[in-house]
Design a protein around this ligand. Structure first.
Ligand code: ATP
Length: 357
Protein backbone atom coordinates (compact mmCIF):
# COMPACT_ATOMS: atom_id res chain seq x y z
CA UNK A 1 0.00 0.00 0.00
CA UNK A 2 1.13 3.58 -0.65
CA UNK A 3 0.33 6.08 2.08
CA UNK A 4 1.07 9.76 2.37
CA UNK A 5 1.68 10.72 6.00
CA UNK A 6 1.77 14.37 7.06
CA UNK A 7 4.47 14.67 9.71
CA UNK A 8 4.43 17.44 12.31
CA UNK A 9 7.64 17.27 14.31
CA UNK A 10 6.75 20.37 16.33
CA UNK A 11 8.70 21.73 19.29
CA UNK A 12 10.75 20.54 22.27
CA UNK A 13 11.24 16.77 22.15
CA UNK A 14 8.86 16.54 19.14
CA UNK A 15 11.55 16.19 16.42
CA UNK A 16 13.46 13.52 18.43
CA UNK A 17 10.50 11.25 19.17
CA UNK A 18 8.94 11.63 15.72
CA UNK A 19 12.34 10.84 14.19
CA UNK A 20 12.34 7.45 15.93
CA UNK A 21 8.72 6.73 14.97
CA UNK A 22 9.56 7.38 11.29
CA UNK A 23 12.49 4.98 11.45
CA UNK A 24 10.14 2.31 12.85
CA UNK A 25 7.60 3.05 10.09
CA UNK A 26 10.36 2.82 7.46
CA UNK A 27 11.32 -0.65 8.67
CA UNK A 28 7.66 -1.75 8.77
CA UNK A 29 7.19 -0.47 5.21
CA UNK A 30 10.27 -2.36 4.05
CA UNK A 31 9.25 -5.58 5.75
CA UNK A 32 5.59 -5.60 4.73
CA UNK A 33 5.96 -4.13 1.23
CA UNK A 34 4.41 -0.69 1.76
CA UNK A 35 5.52 2.78 0.71
CA UNK A 36 5.12 5.58 3.21
CA UNK A 37 5.75 9.08 1.88
CA UNK A 38 6.26 11.79 4.49
CA UNK A 39 5.13 15.39 3.98
CA UNK A 40 6.67 17.77 6.50
CA UNK A 41 4.26 20.21 8.15
CA UNK A 42 5.23 23.19 10.33
CA UNK A 43 2.96 23.70 13.32
CA UNK A 44 3.33 25.21 16.79
CA UNK A 45 6.18 27.38 18.03
CA UNK A 46 8.46 26.54 15.10
CA UNK A 47 5.72 27.71 12.70
CA UNK A 48 5.30 30.94 14.67
CA UNK A 49 9.04 31.56 14.34
CA UNK A 50 9.11 30.72 10.64
CA UNK A 51 5.73 31.96 9.38
CA UNK A 52 4.32 34.16 12.16
CA UNK A 53 1.38 31.77 12.51
CA UNK A 54 1.09 28.52 14.54
CA UNK A 55 -0.65 26.78 11.61
CA UNK A 56 -0.55 28.57 8.26
CA UNK A 57 -3.46 27.59 5.99
CA UNK A 58 -1.09 25.90 3.49
CA UNK A 59 0.15 23.64 6.29
CA UNK A 60 -3.39 22.73 7.35
CA UNK A 61 -4.19 21.85 3.73
CA UNK A 62 -1.19 19.47 3.59
CA UNK A 63 -2.68 17.63 6.59
CA UNK A 64 -6.19 17.53 5.14
CA UNK A 65 -4.80 16.16 1.86
CA UNK A 66 -2.79 13.40 3.58
CA UNK A 67 -3.85 9.85 4.45
CA UNK A 68 -3.12 10.62 8.11
CA UNK A 69 -1.13 12.91 10.35
CA UNK A 70 1.61 11.98 12.82
CA UNK A 71 2.33 14.67 15.40
CA UNK A 72 5.10 14.96 18.02
CA UNK A 73 4.25 17.85 20.34
CA UNK A 74 3.97 21.63 20.21
CA UNK A 75 4.61 24.53 22.55
CA UNK A 76 7.19 25.62 25.07
CA UNK A 77 8.19 28.50 27.34
CA UNK A 78 9.61 30.50 24.42
CA UNK A 79 6.07 31.19 23.20
CA UNK A 80 4.39 31.70 26.60
CA UNK A 81 3.94 35.42 26.08
CA UNK A 82 2.55 35.48 22.56
CA UNK A 83 -1.10 36.66 22.26
CA UNK A 84 -3.82 34.02 22.91
CA UNK A 85 -4.85 33.40 19.31
CA UNK A 86 -1.21 33.06 18.23
CA UNK A 87 -0.18 30.47 20.83
CA UNK A 88 1.30 27.17 19.59
CA UNK A 89 -1.66 25.27 21.10
CA UNK A 90 -4.03 27.30 18.89
CA UNK A 91 -2.38 25.57 15.94
CA UNK A 92 -3.43 22.23 17.42
CA UNK A 93 -7.01 23.36 18.04
CA UNK A 94 -7.21 24.67 14.46
CA UNK A 95 -5.74 21.45 13.11
CA UNK A 96 -8.36 19.35 14.95
CA UNK A 97 -11.17 21.60 13.77
CA UNK A 98 -9.77 21.80 10.20
CA UNK A 99 -9.46 18.01 9.95
CA UNK A 100 -12.92 17.60 11.50
CA UNK A 101 -11.62 15.09 14.03
CA UNK A 102 -14.26 15.18 16.74
CA UNK A 103 -13.31 12.05 18.67
CA UNK A 104 -10.15 11.58 20.70
CA UNK A 105 -9.41 8.04 21.81
CA UNK A 106 -6.91 7.44 24.55
CA UNK A 107 -6.13 4.01 25.89
CA UNK A 108 -5.30 3.73 29.60
CA UNK A 109 -3.56 0.40 29.81
CA UNK A 110 -0.94 -0.81 32.18
CA UNK A 111 2.03 -2.66 30.66
CA UNK A 112 2.70 -5.59 33.02
CA UNK A 113 6.45 -4.83 32.84
CA UNK A 114 5.75 -1.33 34.23
CA UNK A 115 3.18 -2.23 36.91
CA UNK A 116 5.58 -0.91 39.59
CA UNK A 117 5.47 2.54 38.00
CA UNK A 118 1.79 3.00 38.81
CA UNK A 119 1.22 5.24 41.82
CA UNK A 120 -1.75 3.05 42.80
CA UNK A 121 -1.51 0.26 45.38
CA UNK A 122 -0.55 -3.16 43.94
CA UNK A 123 -3.90 -4.55 45.18
CA UNK A 124 -5.69 -2.12 42.83
CA UNK A 125 -3.29 -2.53 39.89
CA UNK A 126 -3.51 -6.34 40.11
CA UNK A 127 -7.20 -6.17 39.23
CA UNK A 128 -6.11 -4.85 35.81
CA UNK A 129 -6.19 -1.45 34.12
CA UNK A 130 -7.35 -1.53 30.53
CA UNK A 131 -9.85 1.08 29.48
CA UNK A 132 -10.25 3.69 26.82
CA UNK A 133 -11.51 7.25 27.05
CA UNK A 134 -13.47 8.58 24.07
CA UNK A 135 -13.41 12.36 24.40
CA UNK A 136 -15.40 14.85 22.32
CA UNK A 137 -12.74 17.07 20.79
CA UNK A 138 -14.06 20.04 18.88
CA UNK A 139 -17.04 21.28 20.88
CA UNK A 140 -17.91 22.37 24.40
CA UNK A 141 -16.30 25.03 26.52
CA UNK A 142 -12.93 25.06 24.71
CA UNK A 143 -14.65 26.14 21.51
CA UNK A 144 -17.33 28.45 22.95
CA UNK A 145 -17.05 32.23 23.14
CA UNK A 146 -14.42 33.43 25.61
CA UNK A 147 -14.52 36.99 26.88
CA UNK A 148 -13.53 39.17 29.78
CA UNK A 149 -15.83 42.13 30.28
CA UNK A 150 -16.10 44.92 32.80
CA UNK A 151 -19.14 45.00 35.06
CA UNK A 152 -19.44 47.83 37.58
CA UNK A 153 -15.72 48.47 37.17
CA UNK A 154 -14.85 44.84 37.97
CA UNK A 155 -13.50 42.28 35.47
CA UNK A 156 -15.76 39.33 34.75
CA UNK A 157 -14.62 36.39 32.61
CA UNK A 158 -17.15 34.34 30.64
CA UNK A 159 -16.62 31.02 28.84
CA UNK A 160 -19.51 29.59 26.90
CA UNK A 161 -20.28 25.84 27.08
CA UNK A 162 -22.62 24.59 24.36
CA UNK A 163 -23.38 21.26 22.76
CA UNK A 164 -25.86 20.48 20.01
CA UNK A 165 -27.64 17.14 19.91
CA UNK A 166 -25.79 16.24 16.68
CA UNK A 167 -22.43 16.80 18.33
CA UNK A 168 -23.45 14.57 21.23
CA UNK A 169 -24.94 11.88 18.99
CA UNK A 170 -21.87 11.47 16.76
CA UNK A 171 -19.46 11.11 19.70
CA UNK A 172 -21.97 8.92 21.55
CA UNK A 173 -21.99 6.57 18.55
CA UNK A 174 -18.20 6.31 18.64
CA UNK A 175 -18.47 5.44 22.34
CA UNK A 176 -20.99 2.64 21.70
CA UNK A 177 -19.16 1.33 18.62
CA UNK A 178 -15.85 1.26 20.50
CA UNK A 179 -17.43 -0.56 23.46
CA UNK A 180 -18.94 -3.04 21.03
CA UNK A 181 -15.43 -3.96 19.80
CA UNK A 182 -14.17 -4.38 23.39
CA UNK A 183 -15.83 -5.70 26.54
CA UNK A 184 -19.20 -4.07 25.73
CA UNK A 185 -19.40 -1.75 28.73
CA UNK A 186 -19.86 1.99 28.23
CA UNK A 187 -19.72 4.62 30.98
CA UNK A 188 -21.19 7.98 29.98
CA UNK A 189 -19.67 10.74 32.09
CA UNK A 190 -21.37 14.10 32.64
CA UNK A 191 -22.51 16.58 35.29
CA UNK A 192 -26.26 16.35 34.74
CA UNK A 193 -27.05 17.37 38.31
CA UNK A 194 -25.85 20.89 37.46
CA UNK A 195 -25.36 21.53 33.72
CA UNK A 196 -27.96 21.76 30.98
CA UNK A 197 -25.40 20.61 28.39
CA UNK A 198 -24.95 17.46 30.50
CA UNK A 199 -28.69 16.87 30.80
CA UNK A 200 -28.97 16.95 27.00
CA UNK A 201 -25.87 14.72 26.81
CA UNK A 202 -27.48 12.10 29.06
CA UNK A 203 -30.78 12.19 27.14
CA UNK A 204 -29.11 11.68 23.74
CA UNK A 205 -26.83 8.91 25.01
CA UNK A 206 -29.89 7.07 26.39
CA UNK A 207 -31.71 7.50 23.08
CA UNK A 208 -28.72 5.91 21.32
CA UNK A 209 -28.57 3.04 23.83
CA UNK A 210 -31.66 1.51 22.18
CA UNK A 211 -29.58 0.90 19.04
CA UNK A 212 -26.89 -0.93 20.99
CA UNK A 213 -28.72 -3.50 23.16
CA UNK A 214 -25.51 -5.57 23.44
CA UNK A 215 -23.67 -2.72 25.22
CA UNK A 216 -24.27 -2.12 28.94
CA UNK A 217 -24.56 1.61 29.61
CA UNK A 218 -23.78 3.22 32.97
CA UNK A 219 -24.16 6.94 33.77
CA UNK A 220 -21.58 8.52 36.04
CA UNK A 221 -21.10 12.06 37.30
CA UNK A 222 -17.68 13.43 36.43
CA UNK A 223 -16.65 14.03 40.06
CA UNK A 224 -17.49 10.43 40.95
CA UNK A 225 -15.65 9.20 37.84
CA UNK A 226 -12.50 11.06 38.90
CA UNK A 227 -12.66 9.16 42.21
CA UNK A 228 -13.50 5.77 40.69
CA UNK A 229 -10.52 5.96 38.29
CA UNK A 230 -8.15 5.87 41.26
CA UNK A 231 -10.31 3.66 43.51
CA UNK A 232 -11.14 0.85 41.09
CA UNK A 233 -10.09 1.45 37.46
CA UNK A 234 -10.78 -2.21 36.61
CA UNK A 235 -14.51 -1.39 36.47
CA UNK A 236 -14.07 0.63 33.24
CA UNK A 237 -14.06 -0.55 29.65
CA UNK A 238 -14.96 2.52 27.55
CA UNK A 239 -15.70 5.98 28.94
CA UNK A 240 -17.38 8.53 26.68
CA UNK A 241 -17.43 12.17 27.71
CA UNK A 242 -17.38 15.80 26.60
CA UNK A 243 -14.30 17.84 25.81
CA UNK A 244 -13.19 19.40 29.10
CA UNK A 245 -14.16 16.44 31.32
CA UNK A 246 -12.29 14.17 28.89
CA UNK A 247 -9.23 16.39 28.95
CA UNK A 248 -8.99 16.16 32.73
CA UNK A 249 -9.98 12.51 33.16
CA UNK A 250 -7.63 11.30 30.44
CA UNK A 251 -4.67 12.95 32.16
CA UNK A 252 -5.70 11.29 35.42
CA UNK A 253 -6.04 7.96 33.60
CA UNK A 254 -2.59 8.29 32.04
CA UNK A 255 -1.07 9.02 35.43
CA UNK A 256 -2.30 5.78 37.00
CA UNK A 257 -0.69 3.74 34.24
CA UNK A 258 2.75 4.95 35.27
CA UNK A 259 4.34 6.89 32.46
CA UNK A 260 3.14 9.76 30.41
CA UNK A 261 5.81 8.87 27.83
CA UNK A 262 4.19 5.53 26.92
CA UNK A 263 0.69 6.55 25.87
CA UNK A 264 -0.52 7.20 22.33
CA UNK A 265 -3.79 8.74 21.22
CA UNK A 266 -5.83 8.94 18.06
CA UNK A 267 -8.27 11.57 16.87
CA UNK A 268 -10.79 10.62 14.23
CA UNK A 269 -13.78 12.10 12.46
CA UNK A 270 -15.92 11.00 9.56
CA UNK A 271 -13.04 9.83 7.33
CA UNK A 272 -10.13 7.45 7.81
CA UNK A 273 -7.68 10.37 7.92
CA UNK A 274 -6.78 10.64 11.60
CA UNK A 275 -4.42 12.56 13.81
CA UNK A 276 -2.02 10.44 15.87
CA UNK A 277 0.17 11.72 18.68
CA UNK A 278 1.58 10.83 22.09
CA UNK A 279 -0.44 12.28 24.95
CA UNK A 280 2.46 14.16 26.49
CA UNK A 281 3.56 17.68 25.66
CA UNK A 282 6.82 18.98 24.23
CA UNK A 283 8.74 18.46 27.52
CA UNK A 284 11.12 21.39 26.87
CA UNK A 285 13.09 20.50 30.02
CA UNK A 286 14.52 17.39 28.36
CA UNK A 287 14.55 18.50 24.70
CA UNK A 288 17.70 17.90 22.66
CA UNK A 289 19.29 15.59 25.25
CA UNK A 290 18.41 12.25 23.64
CA UNK A 291 16.64 11.10 26.81
CA UNK A 292 12.95 11.42 25.83
CA UNK A 293 10.86 8.27 25.67
CA UNK A 294 9.79 7.75 22.03
CA UNK A 295 7.40 4.85 22.82
CA UNK A 296 4.21 6.98 23.03
CA UNK A 297 4.90 8.30 19.52
CA UNK A 298 5.90 4.89 18.17
CA UNK A 299 2.66 3.42 19.56
CA UNK A 300 0.77 6.36 18.02
CA UNK A 301 2.27 5.34 14.66
CA UNK A 302 1.05 1.78 15.36
CA UNK A 303 -2.46 3.13 16.06
CA UNK A 304 -2.30 4.96 12.71
CA UNK A 305 -1.51 1.71 10.92
CA UNK A 306 -4.37 -0.06 12.70
CA UNK A 307 -7.17 2.51 12.58
CA UNK A 308 -6.45 4.55 9.45
CA UNK A 309 -4.67 2.06 7.19
CA UNK A 310 -6.23 -1.24 8.38
CA UNK A 311 -2.74 -2.69 8.82
CA UNK A 312 -3.45 -4.80 11.88
CA UNK A 313 -0.53 -7.19 11.64
CA UNK A 314 1.92 -4.33 11.15
CA UNK A 315 0.48 -2.56 14.23
CA UNK A 316 0.66 -5.81 16.22
CA UNK A 317 4.31 -6.16 15.18
CA UNK A 318 5.19 -2.72 16.59
CA UNK A 319 3.33 -3.39 19.87
CA UNK A 320 5.04 -6.77 20.22
CA UNK A 321 8.44 -5.17 19.60
CA UNK A 322 7.77 -2.59 22.35
CA UNK A 323 6.76 -5.38 24.72
CA UNK A 324 9.88 -7.40 23.85
CA UNK A 325 12.16 -4.41 24.54
CA UNK A 326 10.46 -3.86 27.91
CA UNK A 327 10.82 -7.59 28.64
CA UNK A 328 14.53 -7.18 27.89
CA UNK A 329 14.72 -4.67 30.74
CA UNK A 330 15.47 -1.62 28.59
CA UNK A 331 14.01 1.67 29.86
CA UNK A 332 14.29 5.37 29.15
CA UNK A 333 14.84 7.55 32.23
CA UNK A 334 11.15 8.29 32.81
CA UNK A 335 10.27 4.59 33.25
CA UNK A 336 13.52 3.42 34.81
CA UNK A 337 13.31 1.06 37.77
CA UNK A 338 16.05 -0.73 39.75
CA UNK A 339 17.79 -3.52 37.83
CA UNK A 340 16.81 -2.16 34.41
CA UNK A 341 19.14 -0.85 31.70
CA UNK A 342 18.81 2.85 30.94
CA UNK A 343 18.83 3.84 27.27
CA UNK A 344 18.30 7.09 25.39
CA UNK A 345 15.68 8.03 22.81
CA UNK A 346 17.67 6.86 19.76
CA UNK A 347 18.75 3.60 21.37
CA UNK A 348 15.14 2.85 22.40
CA UNK A 349 14.06 3.39 18.80
CA UNK A 350 16.86 1.15 17.53
CA UNK A 351 15.95 -1.63 19.97
CA UNK A 352 12.29 -1.51 18.93
CA UNK A 353 13.31 -1.82 15.26
CA UNK A 354 15.65 -4.69 16.11
CA UNK A 355 12.80 -6.49 17.92
CA UNK A 356 10.21 -6.13 15.17
CA UNK A 357 8.97 -9.67 14.59
P1 ATP B 1 2.03 20.52 28.00
O1 ATP B 1 1.31 21.66 28.66
O2 ATP B 1 2.35 20.78 26.56
O3 ATP B 1 1.36 19.20 28.21
P2 ATP B 1 3.87 20.09 30.14
O4 ATP B 1 5.27 20.56 30.37
O5 ATP B 1 2.82 20.46 31.09
O6 ATP B 1 3.47 20.45 28.65
P3 ATP B 1 4.67 17.54 29.26
O7 ATP B 1 5.43 18.21 28.20
O8 ATP B 1 3.72 16.49 28.86
O9 ATP B 1 3.83 18.52 30.11
O10 ATP B 1 5.72 16.93 30.24
C1 ATP B 1 5.66 16.91 31.64
C2 ATP B 1 6.97 16.27 32.13
O11 ATP B 1 6.92 14.86 31.87
C3 ATP B 1 8.16 16.78 31.35
O12 ATP B 1 8.74 17.83 32.02
C4 ATP B 1 9.07 15.59 31.23
O13 ATP B 1 9.99 15.58 32.31
C5 ATP B 1 8.14 14.40 31.34
N1 ATP B 1 7.89 13.83 30.01
C6 ATP B 1 6.87 14.12 29.15
N2 ATP B 1 6.97 13.40 28.04
C7 ATP B 1 8.07 12.63 28.17
C8 ATP B 1 8.72 11.68 27.34
N3 ATP B 1 8.28 11.35 26.12
N4 ATP B 1 9.84 11.09 27.81
C9 ATP B 1 10.32 11.40 29.02
N5 ATP B 1 9.77 12.28 29.85
C10 ATP B 1 8.66 12.91 29.44
Amino acid sequence: MNKNIAVIRGDGIGPEIVGQALLVLDRVAERYGHTFTYTSVDMGGCAIDKWGDPLPETMLQKCVASDSVLLGAVGGPKWNDVPGNMRPEKGLLRLRAGMGVYSNNRPAKIWPQLADASPLKPSIVEKGIDFLIVRELIGGIYFGKHETVSEDGKRVAIDELRYSEEEIRRIGRIGFETARKRRKRLTSVEKSNVLDSSRLWKKIIHELAGEYPDVTLTDMLVDNCAMQIVKDPSQFDVIVTENMFGDILSDEASMITGSIGMIPSSSLGKTKCGLYEPIHGSAPDIAGKDIANPIGTILAAAMMLRFSFDMDKEADAIEKAVSAVLDGGYRTGDILSPGCKQVGCKEMGRLIIENLP
